[in-house]
Design a protein around this ligand. Sequence first.
Ligand SMILES: Cc1cc2nc3c(=O)[nH]c(=O)nc-3n(C[C@H](O)[C@H](O)[C@H](O)COP(=O)(O)OP(=O)(O)OC[C@H]3O[C@@H](n4cnc5c(N)ncnc54)[C@H](O)[C@@H]3O)c2cc1C
Length: 495
Amino acid sequence: MLTSRISSLPLKSILPCSHLLSPLRIPTRSLNVAIIGSGPSGCYALKYLLSSPLNSSNNLRINVFDKCHTPWGLLRSGVAPDHQDVKNASNDFEAAFEREEVKFYGGVEIGKTLKLQHLTSTHKIIILSHGCSTSNFPSLTSSPSPSNVIHSKNIVDWYNGVPGVIGPILNSKNGVLKVTIIGGGNVTLDISRILLKSVLKCPSLEESDIVERAFERLRREVGRVEVRVLNRRGGMQTAFTIKEFRDLTKMTGEDMGINIKKEDIEKSTNEESLTELDKSRPLKRLWKLLSSVSSSPTTGTIANLSIEYFLNPYGYTVDPSTNTVTSVKCRVTELEGEPFKQKPKDTDVEVDVETDLVVWSTGYKGEAIEGLERYFDNGVYRCEGGRVGVEGGCRLYACGWIRRGAVGIVGTNIQDARETVRRVVEDFEGGEGEGGGEGGGVEEVMREEGVEWVDWEGWKRIDEVERRRERKRVDEQIREKIVDVDEMMKIGKYL
Ligand SMILES: Cc1cc2nc3c(=O)[nH]c(=O)nc-3n(C[C@H](O)[C@H](O)[C@H](O)COP(=O)(O)OP(=O)(O)OC[C@H]3O[C@@H](n4cnc5c(N)ncnc54)[C@H](O)[C@@H]3O)c2cc1C
């Protein structure tokens, strides 16, 4: 009786998921997908693949590769240790890795540890989500690279526990460290905040997952800190966001001060910049805060931050005996060009900024996986809606920073991961998933190649060790990261 009632109902009312009604050809063979990179974009792609129509048969298998032995990309190695609310985005991804059809291969760098052909021969689809992890900055000197000039990536990797990173030389004089950060985005504010919190001995830093190698050295070697942030353009072109700056203003008090010069604020209000201000609500709010900080500057006894505008670094004064920079030579700039396209133009006025450490915070760049250079331009894969091309019959897609460039917050990766997965589904639906590797066998290939890896269970063991009480500075500390690859492999290697 019941059966006959069901069979008389329209199909739509029986099936729980409306997508099953689409003319999708349910895969009848195994469909192996490789995701290169387990940062936010790779993890969002994984989530959307698992909930896509492609997973309505049991034949989908998703292999996630990461060159790091640990997952989560910049959530672990970029986002500041005291921004645990952002880092917690990884909680949302864990369930996906528990699924039977998903495998994690940590410590496997595609293009190096494992060649691209090994993936194309064992997968039908590859999603490139390997982010932007290279950095460069102008040398400004003909002498060998001074030892106290670094890229922001170096200091960020150091305090976030990337294995093998030694960190900056902290040449403080009488306990005072003068740091010049060139470029004024949110990463600059992260670095400033960590340095300031360190000398202020903020419990929020002690309880964070800043690694002991950085925490201990900062505490031991730096008693006071003076951070100067140099921007080539004016206040209206500020690259950081209000939330990050407001957090810093809340730290001011007897110990800590923030300073923005009044003349910089006045010079920032040229006609073109006022047009920019008029058209942007977030900028209006930020401008109000910058102006108010500038009208009541504060000086702290042990920590100071100064945001400076209209300065273009063009050279260094180098102490040849130590090959260290003692000051950054800057030309004062003025703006030229239309609203939203204003560029800094040097004047002949010069300023010297005394310094013990120079940090170029000028962004990250992407690099193609070896063998995919021909799809690559200007630090990103050329793609249309996430589609990159076909290699050895295997379809290639991209999402995240390596698709859009190194801009945007964690949440920005949701949109393009979703779009990329939509393209994968559309292509498969259109019969495009026929070529490529038959799947299976990637582990056999890795064994043949002598590749060792950390699997998901291995990462869980590492995670547990890192969270264990005896490793921590204080009970409240979230974790003490393992910074040694051999130790990670000892705990997490897949046998
Ligand atoms: C210093 C810093 C601080 C940030 N702070 C915040 C913040 O507070 N809030 C916020 O919302 N956003 C923040 N962001 C931005 C956020 O981290 C990015 O939007 C996001 O991480 C980009 O995700 P992705 O997956 O594209 O790249 P990534 O997170 O970089 O992930 C790429 C992954 O690919 C792996 N990989 C690279 N090459 C290979 C290869 N050849 N083979 C295998 N694996 C490979 C890498 O190891 C990495 O795990 C910050 C970024 C930086 C740099």
